[in-house]
Design a binder for this molecule. Structure first.
Ligand code: SF4
Ligand code: SF4
Length: 459
């Protein structure tokens, strides 16, 4: 049976939110509404891109994470570590030192999330060589996959149906430990995430029925812990782990912009930042882009280096990772080969299940009913003024029309139609005030000289 909702890692702290609408205005999928003066996220429309979190002036939007202490429920505690975590540290700190600190914090194994990119790259090139719809679109960024599901359903079949590296690495590493004779119940795999969308996909993988990891740890939380240890450790420290298993120049750069497209064939484009991606996909959908073989699309500016849970500057992170990759390229003594048997295993597990379109489906689970509701949305649009003012608590008139069809709002939520209804005596003015209070909260219309920009703001 089709799942009703996506899982979401982003939450709104209702105590902090004051309904300023900044988040609603930047959301690329119109997923945010203001109700009772507080932002709420529409679960079926949100793609976990984190844009709302970046603009909230009071940090009311946050990313839920698992309790770090959960790692100690397992005898073998594996951190699946994306390269951008390492990229946040200056080049004076070696990769081995970072792994040492992580082990000191409680992990028994640390594996780069990009350990399996060679096998993944091979599988992607096989799809390129096969007779597949072009342009192929990478499945690396979960926000992009969800964006295509909800906003560009006609392009769903262009997505290469391979698991992203975090999933394939988690599956591979579990297998490795099992083959070493460790018991399944003793193994806990934890993903250190740079963004909300990776949490969402780990908890609720697109095209899969179960998750491959046992928990998720936010990257900013772990970075602060590692940074503190590095800052406060004594002079007597000597590095234990000389080499990091499975780290490679290609893996270090895979999650950066151009990381995948540099290793694909034909005409390849790399586009980052979700609004850039949306404009480009609109062109693809309108057949304005031809003869492109591969699209690497990432929701964040500078790809994973710009993830909302990174602490360091994204441009510095990119530069540091490229420097590390160059150094590794020269030394050549870094790499731990994955055995041929395990390579076969990884290859066999890379295929993703079917990725379903979800655009009109957000109106109804049944396609026929969803299309009828879409028709009603179009009819309601005839009555709305079409100026997208946001005064109804929805980001634009079309979103209000959808909310009306979904019985989450009424025509009278539109402030312009309210005036018309009052004029024709279909609505009494007190009722209008109550509607506005329901959207913006009861105190919103009270005089308050301490609110932002008002007379006594600084008092
Ligand atoms: S940006 Fe959104 S979540 Fe933050 S205070 Fe404004 S309305 Fe609330
Ligand atoms: S995470 Fe992105 S899609 Fe979801 S509500 Fe925030 S801005 Fe909108």
């Amino acid at each position: 049976m089709r799942k009703q909702h996506f899982y979401h890692a982003l939450k709104v702290d209702e105590q902090l939110c004051f309904g300023c609408t900044h988040c609603m205005n930047v959301c690329p999928t119109d997923a945010i509404r203001i109700r009772d003066g507080i932002a709420s996220i529409h679960r079926n429309l949100c793609v976990d891109c984190g844009e709302c979190m970046k603009v909230c002036p009071v940090e009311a939007i946050f990313v839920e994470q698992d309790d770090f202490q959960n790692i100690f429920d397992y005898k073998y505690r594996v951190a699946v570590l994306p390269s951008v975590f390492i990229g946040q540290f200056s080049k004076q700190i070696s990769e081995g030192e970072i792994i040492d600190v992580l082990k000191g914090l409680g992990f028994t194994h640390v594996v780069p999330a990009e350990a399996t990119v060679d096998s993944l790259n091979e599988a992607m090139l096989e799809v390129h060589n096969a007779d597949h719809e072009k342009p192929l679109i990478s499945s690396f960024c979960p926000s992009i996959v969800r964006l295509i599901q909800v906003k560009f359903p006609g392009l769903v079949n262009n997505i290469i149906a391979t698991k992203p590296p975090i999933d394939s690495t988690a599956i591979y590493y579990r297998k490795l430990l099992l083959d070493e004779g460790k018991k399944a119940e003793d193994i806990g795999i934890f993903y250190v995430t740079p963004c909300a969308s990776k949490i969402a996909t780990v908890k609720d993988p697109v095209g899969e029925s179960t998750s491959f990891v046992d928990g998720v740890i936010n990257m900013d939380f772990l970075y602060n812990k590692v940074y503190h240890v590095l800052k406060t450790r004594g002079e007597e420290y000597t590095q234990k782990d000389e080499n990091v298993p499975y780290i490679s120049p290609k893996g270090l750069k895979w999650s950066l912009t151009d990381g995948e497209s540099d290793h694909m064939k034909g005409r390849c484009l790399a586009i980052d930042e979700i609004h850039n991606v949306i404009s480009f996909l609109e062109k693809v959908e309108n057949d304005e882009v031809i003869n492109v073989d591969f699209l690497e699309l990432r929701a964040c500016d500078q790809s994973c280096a710009g993830g909302v849970l990174l602490t360091e500057n994204r441009f510095l992170t990119v530069e540091r990772l490229k420097t590390r990759a160059e150094r590794l390229e020269k030394t050549k003594d870094y790499y731990t080969e994955i055995t041929p048997v395990h390579k076969e295993f990884i290859k066999d597990t890379l295929q993703l299940g079917k990725i379903e379109p979800r655009s009109v489906m957000s109106l109804d689970e049944d396609m026929g009913t969803a299309l009828k509701k879409m028709e009603r949305v179009r009819r309601i649009m005839c009555y709305l003024p079409g100026i997208d003012c946001g005064a109804c608590g929805a980001p634009n008139c079309e979103s209000l029309a959808r909310d009306i069809v979904m019985k989450d709002a009424h025509l009278s939520n539109c402030v312009f139609l309210q005036r018309m209804m009052e004029k024709t005596k279909k609505l009494d003015p007190m009722h209008s005030i109550r509607i506005i209070e329901k959207t913006w909260g009861k105190d919103r219309l009270d005089k308050d000289c301490k609110k932002k920009g008002a007379k006594n703001e600084s008092l």
